[in-house]
Design a protein around this ligand. Structure first.
Ligand code: DCM
Ligand code: DCM
Ligand code: DCM
Ligand code: ZN
Ligand code: ZN
Length: 273
């Protein structure tokens, strides 16, 4: 996701975590405000400019070598690069967060990666190899030429909330997250949201992350490339049926990411306290 998606996921999670979880991460991240998760949600993306953290560049995605729209699948042995992928990275940093022998500074780093990668694993094109996750596919969105990856990272969500994201990303993300929290707590996802935790086991972080990646990857066949990678080139996606079908998928993916991040952090704190 772009910054807006990550910040929304973090605000959503901070509204849903238990009080001990909030206290634990406010202390670890040395930020006692309500922005303690949102404030670090995009940190992992800033590392592309850092020499020290260059090794994390493949951690944001998994290049599923499948064949959309005919068949979608994620195979860890086939698709996770030797340098790591979002599934192995999320598992590794979760394990580090659970390790009481690591100093707090290292657990703070692990927390920042976990907060970010739970977001990225829910972006369908972060679980797809085709054209480097859609970066090599040029399309149009409301008349502007963009690549398909950018459309799914940012354009759809920004259109969904009605703009203003560039001017006030944190305020807009807070407002969107608050709306999603209401849908989860009594709204249209009141019944279904518990089911989003099926297969979620902090004792098996790799298996849990692989399940989330497979769910994202399936959306590539159904909603991202429903007619395949060639058919979408040069198409207008903004003011069309494509957007009408994609927007609810992005909304649900962000909601699930925030809900699962909250549950994941709660499970981590329950284990170490
Ligand atoms: N590191 C990591 N995962 C590991 C081991 C290390 O993310 N399994 C990170 C933590 C440090 C950096 O790499 O920020 C260097 O760690 P070390 O000095 O332990 O090699
Ligand atoms: N951090 C920490 N302990 C340290 C250094 C940093 O807990 N010794 C945490 C606090 C910040 C985050 O890491 O929330 C970012 O730190 P920095 O600005 O140094 O990257
Ligand atoms: N990306 C991806 N899959 C790839 C390559 C990149 O999901 N195989 C993501 C990482 C960034 C975005 O696409 O979020 C742009 O990456 P880059 O600027 O490295 O092309
Ligand atoms: Zn992306
Ligand atoms: Zn990322």
């Amino acid at each position: 996701w772009g910054g807006f998606g990550h910040i929304t996921v973090a605000y959503l999670a901070s509204s849903l975590v238990s009080p001990p979880t909030a206290t634990y991460f406010q202390t670890l991240l040395r930020n006692s405000s309500t922005d303690y998760l949102a404030g670090v949600a995009t940190w992992a993306d800033s590392l592309r400019y850092s020499k020290y953290y260059r090794f994390t560049s493949t951690f944001h995605f998994i290049d599923a070598k499948d064949n959309p729209p005919h068949s979608c699948s994620v195979d860890l042995a086939r698709d996770c690069k030797a340098t790591g992928c979002v599934v192995s990275a999320l598992a590794n940093y979760t394990t580090r967060l659970l390790d009481p022998t690591l100093p707090p500074s290292e657990r703070a780093v692990a927390a920042k990666f976990v907060i970010h990668f739970v977001g990225d694993i829910h972006q369908p094109l972060h679980a797809e190899d085709v054209a480097r996750g859609g970066n090599g596919i040029q399309v149009r969105f409301d008349g502007v030429q963009l690549n398909l990856h950018h459309v799914w990272d940012s354009s759809i969500a920004e259109k969904l909330v009605g703009g203003g994201v560039r001017r006030q990303p944190y305020a807009q993300a807070r407002a969107w997250a608050d709306g999603l929290v209401r849908e989860i707590q009594g709204g249209r996802w009141n019944e279904s949201s518990r089911g989003w935790l099926g297969g979620v086991d902090v004792g098996d972080p790799e298996g849990t992350a692989l399940g989330w990646a497979r769910e994202s990857n399936a959306l590539v066949c159904s909603h991202v490339l429903p007619e395949g990678p060639e058919a979408i080139v040069g198409q207008e996606l903004g003011r069309t049926e494509y957007y009408d079908k994609a927007a609810p998928v992005v909304e649900l993916a962000i909601a699930k990411a925030g809900y699962r991040l909250a549950a994941w952090l709660d499970m981590i704190v329950a284990r170490i306290q």
